[in-house]
Design a protein around this ligand. Structure first.
Ligand SMILES: O=C(O)C[C@H]1C=CC(=O)O1
Length: 92
């Protein structure tokens, strides 16, 4: 199943810089690990925002939730998930 996912990141300002840097480094490592499995084929920065648009290709809702909640930044993100279905007018 394909899912369009928007993640808006809001790391608390009171987090000290070392903790913040460690969190962001662990997030990058985990994101790259998930992408290497093929379940996260698209990841785009939204211009001018600390947010991304992603496409996930996973078995079901539970699998998507498991992946998203494994991200170190999960507690600091607002996530909007849109399940995608085939469009009848898509050529090819
Ligand atoms: O920076 C972000 O958009 C949040 C998150 C998603 C992938 C990643 O490495 O961090």
């Amino acid at each position: 199943m394909l899912f369009h996912v928007r993640m808006d990141v809001a790391i608390p300002h009171e987090l000290d810089s070392a903790t913040r840097a460690d969190l962001v480094a662990r997030e990058k490592a985990r994101a790259e690990e998930i992408q290497s499995t093929g379940t996260w084929p698209e990841l785009w920065r939204i211009v001018g925002e600390y947010a991304n648009i992603s496409i996930f290709d996973v078995e079901d809702n539970d699998a998507l939730h498991t992946l998203l909640s494994s991200l170190p930044l999960f507690p600091y993100m607002k996530i909007k998930v849109t399940p995608l279905a085939a469009h009848p007018s898509k050529a090819g």
